[in-house]
Ligand binder design. Structure first.
Ligand SMILES: [Zn+2]
Length: 371
């Protein structure tokens, strides 16, 4: 499947046809913009036996790349550190995790938008880079180009940053016919000594047209499609989460959240603070999902006020946005969006959630200008 990130693809394809593929790329841009997917497809055309713009998807090389099983393709992603008393000393992955990792990679091969997330993994292990070092300078009889894909590359610098330093050494003496593709949503967290050795390719969010087609292939009701596209905000991961809900559930969820934000009722606040403190511990992904819905609602309302169209304006959420815009005339929309982002950061910094949530409500009310 193609039809997303066409401009980025044209640029990559051109470097391939000009035989001008660098030793290292860094693909960066917002979450869910198709960076990993495109990196896999690029590896495919670099090794396809019947060169054409998108890879033939038929030769043995294409098939093996699509299965993520090609000897020219190496995947590196965050893994949990093996326990010291590991049953399989010297191995990269604890034996109990091998099955899971194999399953996740298989999932990724079926759906290149699938995000590999091994529970308990918060960094790229130094051993992953050491393993790579052992094999990377060996001669290979394979034609084509060896590709090392490093997903969540910002997690190279976690801890003491040993993985980042080890990778840097490889980038300094790159093997022949080899390209590294580092992929990250947070390029600001990647060491500048690494980024400076990579050709930077920045990805915009996905086009609404692409997300629209994605939903249209799964849902027939056009109102619902517009609704889901509007809330996806060009993020395929968000789209996949949204489709697990009924439209009405999401409408109610958003309306309830807005109601709390506009309320002065102390018992409503208390309940909000309790519920979301708990959710932040029990299901972080769901917590962030709710915040994202809130952010998109405010962004869309802002667009309504300044007359820029948005998919959500074609949905039943519009009337609520209009009511809001009529009631509150001096809203600092950008300020609200950055407060939502700040609350997300509070989570990563392990701040005391009940306090962060109460402060959040107070700040939002000030930015809405509730008298
Ligand atoms: Zn092929």
């Amino acid at each position: 499947m193609r039809g997303f990130q066409d401009k980025v693809w044209d640029r990559l394809y051109r470097s391939h046809t000009l035989k001008n593929v660098p030793n290292a790329y860094i693909f960066s841009g917002p979450a869910g913009s198709g960076k990993e997917s495109l990196a896999i497809q690029f590896s495919k055309i670099l090794n396809c036996q019947n060169p054409n713009k998108f890879g033939c998807d038929n030769c043995s090389s294409c098939l093996r790349i699509l299965q993520l099983q090609h000897e020219n393709l190496k995947l590196i992603f965050p893994l949990p550190a093996p326990a010291n008393n590991s049953s399989s000393p010297g191995n990269l992955i604890d034996s109990k995790n091998i099955e899971l990792v194999t399953k996740l990679v298989a999932e990724k091969s079926k759906d290149s938008f699938f995000k590999i997330k091994v529970p308990g993994s918060n960094r790229i292990l130094i051993n992953s880079i050491r393993d790579l070092r052992k094999s990377i300078y060996l001669k290979s009889d394979n034609l084509g180009r060896r590709i090392i894909l490093i997903f969540d590359a910002h997690l190279l610098s976690m801890g003491q940053g040993e993985a980042a330093n080890a990778l840097l050494k490889l980038l300094e003496e790159p093997p022949k016919r080899t390209s590294f593709i580092l992929v990250t949503d947070q390029i600001n967290l990647v060491l500048s000594t690494i980024t400076s050795r990579c050709q930077s390719i920045s990805f915009p969010r996905l086009d609404d047209e692409f997300i629209f087609e994605w939903f249209s292939s799964k849902i027939s009701n056009i109102d619902e499609v517009n609704f889901f596209v509007g809330l996806s905000d060009g993020n395929i991961h968000m789209a996949k989460k949204l489709i697990l809900f009924q439209k009405q559930e999401l409408v109610d969820l958003i309306n309830d959240l807005i109601k709390v934000l506009l309320s002065k009722n102390s018992s409503m606040w208390r309940k909000f603070v309790q519920t979301y403190s708990k959710l932040s511990k029990d299901d972080l992904g769901m917590f962030l999902f709710h915040l994202t819905l809130l952010k998109i609602w405010f962004q869309s309302t802002n667009r309504l006020v300044i007359n820029i169209s948005h998919h959500l304006h074609k949905t039943q959420l519009k009337s609520g946005m209009e009511r809001f815009a009529n009631l509150y005339k001096n809203v600092d929309y950008l300020g609200i969006v950055s407060e939502v982002e700040e609350l997300k950061n509070a989570l990563t910094q392990n701040l005391f959630m009940p306090l962060s949530l109460t402060t959040f409500l107070l700040k939002i009310q000030r930015k809405i200008n509730i008298k």
